[in-house]
Write a protein that binds this ligand. Sequence first.
Ligand code: PMP
Length: 430
Amino acid sequence: MPKRRTSKSLAAHREALEYFPGGVNSPVRAFGRVGGNPPFLARGKGAVVWDLDGNSYLDFVGSWGPLILGHAHPKVIRAIESAARKGTTFGAPTTAETALAREIRRRMPSLERMRFVSSGTEAAMSALRLARGTTGRPKILKFEGCYHGHADSLLVKAGSGALTFGAPDSAGVLEDVARQTLVAQYNDLESAAGLFARHGREIACVLVEPIAGNMGVVAPLPEFLPGLRALCDRNGALLIFDEVITGFRVHPGGAQALYGVRPDLTCLGKIVGGGLPLGVYGGRADLLAQISPEGPVYQAGTLSGNPLAVAAGLAVLKELTPAAYKKLERLSRKFGEALRGEIEDSGAEATLVRVGSLLTLYFSRGPIRGFADVMRSDAGRFKRFFQGALSRGVYLAPSPYEACFVSLAHGEAQIEKAAKAMGEALREVR
Ligand code: PMP
C-alpha cells in the first residue's frame, strides 16, 4: 500500500480532540469505522481535494452529496460573493427565496408550496410535525436503515452514522418518543402493511428515502414506492419522501419523477443549498396552509432562507440542465462498469450497487435489497479496502454503510484512474 504524509493532519486532529467530541462536528468524519486519522482538508477544486500534508484525493464524497458540480464551481462562488456583498442575512423576506422556490416547483411539481429551513434534519423534523399536526395522529412509520436526520423521533434504526457506531437508538431519546416510531423493512411492503393492520388509525405518515442512501445505496423494488402510496391512501396517512440525497441528483424532478410516485410531502437538502446550509420541506398546498403563520403548526428559523444559501442553490440548479444530467449518467455508468470489471478481475466477493451517480460497494454477494442484505457486507474487508483506496488518492465515504457520489466535475480520465486504484485496493483485500 503506498504511503501518504500524515503528520500535519495528525497534529490538527490532536488539537481538535481537545475541543470537539471525536475531534469532529459530525460523527462519521472521525473515521471510526475505517481506522486511522481523518485527513484534515485544506481546499477543494472540481473533483479534487487537498489535505494539510499536501496529499490530493479524487473526492467521491462531495460533502456527502451537495457538491454535484464539484468543489468551488466558479459560478457558485460568484453567486455567493455577489449575495454576500448585499448582506449575509436579514431575517426578512427577499425575492431570491421566491426565485428559488419557483425553480424547485418547476422541477418538482408536487411541492406546490414549501418552507425553507437550514438542514435536512430540520426539514424532516418539520415535515413530521406537519404530518402529525394535520392528521391528528401520533405515530410515524419509517424503515430500518433509513436516516432522516437526528430528530428524536427519527433516531430509531437510523442507518449510517448510527449504524457505524453500532448504536441505532441514541441515548437521550425518550422511550415514550421512540415508541411512536414504527419500523418496517425497506423493500418489504408486507412489513409495512402489517404495521398498518395493527396501528392504521394511529399512523400519521410513512417517511421513506425513495432510494435508500444511508445504509449504503439500495434501489427500491418496482412495487415498493407505489405500494407505499396505496397503503397511505387506504389508511389516511401521508406519504413523505425524504429526497435530501436524491433530490435534483437522480433526475431533475428527484426520485419521485424517476419512479412516478407523487408524495404528499417532500424533504430536500444538500444540492438545493449548493454547498451551503439549506433544507426545504414542501408538498400539497392544503397541508402547507397549516404552517404558521397561516395555520396552527409552528415552525421558524432565524437563518431560514439565508441569502447566501439561496444564491448558491439557485446557481447550482441553473447548471443542472438536461445535458448535465445526461453527462452525469454517462460518467457514473462508466465508473460503475469499470468498477464491476475490477470486481470481476480481482475475484473479490463484492457487489456494486449503482443508482445514477450514487454508488456503494458491498463486500458480500448480492443482491442487495434491504437492511439484512446490507448487514452481510464484511466491514473488516471494507476497512482495509478503504485505506487502500485512500492511500492511492481516492477519497471514499469512510463507512461501509454510505453512498459514494459522482459529480459533474469528475473527468473521464479521473474516473478511470479511480476505478483502477480501487481495483488495486480490492486485490489487496480479496
Ligand atoms: N435525510 C437524508 C436522506 C440524509 O441523507 C440526511 C443527511 N445525510 C438527512 C436527512 C439529514 O440532513 P442534514 O445532515 O443536513 O441535517
